[in-house]
Design a protein. Structure first.
Length: 97
């Protein structure tokens, strides 16, 4: 199994209630039912307010590197991630477990 972690930071001046952010959150929440490669999927807003904290997190898992590639290339994932490019930056970690 491969764990796929993503941490998002909203760009300066962008708030969680921005309509783009609300739509982006909804798009990520809906991915679990759209991408068959996802073995596990959760996403949520960070509840802490610290200078080093990111705003939003995705914790997911896929079977192997081939499934990870299919997930990344899946049109629903591309569409959801594309929305976030407008208002956030992120970091990713993929590791076997």
């Amino acid at each position: 199994m491969i764990r796929h972690l993503v941490l998002f930071r909203l760009n300066d001046g962008v708030e969680r209630d921005d309509p783009r952010v609300v739509a982006g959150d909804r798009a990520f929440r809906e991915l679990a039912g759209q991408v068959p490669e996802l073995e596990f999927w959760e996403c949520a807003w960070n509840i802490t307010d610290r200078p080093i904290a990111y705003d939003y997190a995705i914790n997911s898992a896929v079977a192997d590197e081939h499934a990870l590639k299919r997930y990344i290339e899946h049109p629903a994932h591309q569409a959801a991630a594309g929305q976030w490019r407008e208002f956030a930056t992120w970091v990713i970690a993929d590791y076997p477990f």
